[in-house]
Design a protein around this ligand. Sequence first.
Ligand code: ZN
Length: 287
Amino acid sequence: MFPNDLQTIYPEATKFLTNAVLKNRLANSYVFIGKDSNDLLKITKTLAKILNCSRDLPRQVSTAPCEKCTNCKWIERDEHPQALITVSPAPESKKEQIKIDKIRELLNTLNTTSEYFRVIYFQASGLQSLPPDSCNLLLKTVEETPGRTIFIFANQSRNDILGTILSRSQTLYVSKKSASILELIKTNITNLSDYDFTECFPKNLLDSLEKSRKTHELLEKSETDIKDYLTNLGTANYDLLKYKDQKQYCFLYKRLTGSYLKLKSFIQPKIVIEDFFLSLLNKPTSF
Ligand SMILES: [Zn+2]
């Protein structure tokens, strides 16, 4: 459904959205976290086209948008009055804030019925552009969206989006497919030493928190998939523990699997990594 270039750069995010459309299980509201705002908009536009393309009606939703019908063309040019509504700070606004009047106007528009599937896209959703009073005005509508409407809140980081928005939305990390951690280490992009992989068990609470903080920081800096890190943690410790201390390896393996599952259910990576290292504190004693 998504163009090849987007699929190549963002295999996980595009696959996730494709599945959601095919299974008719789109959420009311998404938070898109990604560093490249142009790409976030591209993904949003494609989604709006998929949901509104008018070729071969009734069209099969499993195909890519045609890019030729009026809806596709208008969405591409960001000129579709209903299928894609982009909300961004007014250029004249010094604080780069989305004005509260704009939110009121949007809510009025959403009160009217539409023959289109409406995608409401907030280009910047951090506290600076979307402060609490604007968020509060939006909340009820985000929670109970009118039919065939989805909200997308885009931002570079999840940390400065208001919790009330986060709790009502599904977070999707639109992160680039990156080389494996080991490759990154070789090219010195990520400064994780072998020690970080072979000495995974923290010694005490402070050590554990420090490890999770450092790991998360490094992973975020190089936009690396945390799942890669967890895999490498497992493989680097395989020989070391498997033959010498199976009990500890099983314990590590179980915790790694648990963290994988948490990431799959879109729990914030920072929390997953923190939980992971804290859980390693209670490792079983060796044989
Ligand atoms: Zn079309």
